[in-house]
Design a protein around this ligand. Structure first.
Ligand SMILES: Cc1cc2nc3c(=O)[nH]c(=O)nc-3n(C[C@H](O)[C@H](O)[C@H](O)COP(=O)(O)O)c2cc1C
Length: 219
């Protein structure tokens, strides 16, 4: 049964990700809230991969305070929201304490549409090669514990849809555009394809294939 409650009201608990619309194998953008050694909260956007409805994986870059806090405490909250300002504030620094709500020993964001507590079950540090070169990453596998829904409809952020919408909007402008503008649109497609292939699901890839075929008419 789907249980939801108004933000900041009392809450009920579930213990898997089904009710949040998170799909196995996909990558979502969340905000991870941890506790610093002085007891204050820290928030930072982090991508998560859904390993199963009860397990998630994070890849932390070197120098991340979140990574340090997660390794220290072994437990944290994963906040799901779509609010752009909160994402920016949590990237440029940690927001003020008024943004957070205490939940037992842990903090979560007051503006979260949903959040869950995650407990570290495996921790690994190792190099990963990407387009920036080789980086030493901390890989955290965590078990989903309490899942709390604060609004009825939760929309976990997956970046594929934004790429697809951009590519689609540009497609609808091709007829009006001169060749120079068309070339600008065409030049954006490889980056959008890279993104969709990396973070999208099968449907996203199928959608992008349809768009790509239409783009070929304008080359
Ligand atoms: C949408 C988004 C997703 C991000 N995902 C990750 C990630 O998966 N791993 C990571 O180490 N940093 C990621 N970052 C970058 C961190 O959020 C950023 O470096 C932040 O300042 C780290 O804060 P911290 O030192 O408090 O952990 C992401 C940033 C954004 C905007």
């Amino acid at each position: 049964m789907d249980i939801y409650l108004e933000k900041s009201l009392d809450r009920s608990k579930m213990s898997d990700l089904t009710s949040l619309g998170l799909k196995k194998g996909q990558l979502y953008e969340t905000i991870v809230v941890t506790k610093n050694s002085d007891g204050s909260p820290n928030a930072a956007p982090m991508g998560l991969i859904v390993k199963s409805i009860q397990e998630v994986v994070f890849y932390f870059y070197p120098g991340s305070r979140t990574a340090e806090n997660v390794k220290k405490d072994g437990i944290f909250t994963v906040n799901i929201l779509e609010d752009s300002l909160t994402f920016v504030e949590c990237t440029l620094g940690s927001p003020p304490s008024s943004y957070f709500q205490k939940d037992g020993d842990l903090f979560h964001l007051k503006s979260a549409d949903a959040y869950f507590t995650a407990r570290v079950v495996k921790e690994k540090v190792g190099p990963r090669k990407d387009r920036f070169g080789s980086t030493e990453l901390t890989i955290i596998q965590a078990l989903v514990e309490d899942v709390i829904k604060c609004v009825e409809c939760v929309h976990p952020l997956n970046r594929a849809i934004y790429g697809i919408i951009e590519a689609l909007v540009n497609l609808t402008r091709m007829e009006m555009a001169d060749q120079e503008t068309r070339n600008v649109y065409l030049s954006r497609l490889p980056e959008i394809s890279r993104l969709v292939n990396r973070v999208g699901g099968l449907e996203d890839k199928e959608a992008l294939d349809m768009i790509r075929k239409k783009y070929d008419d304008y080359r």
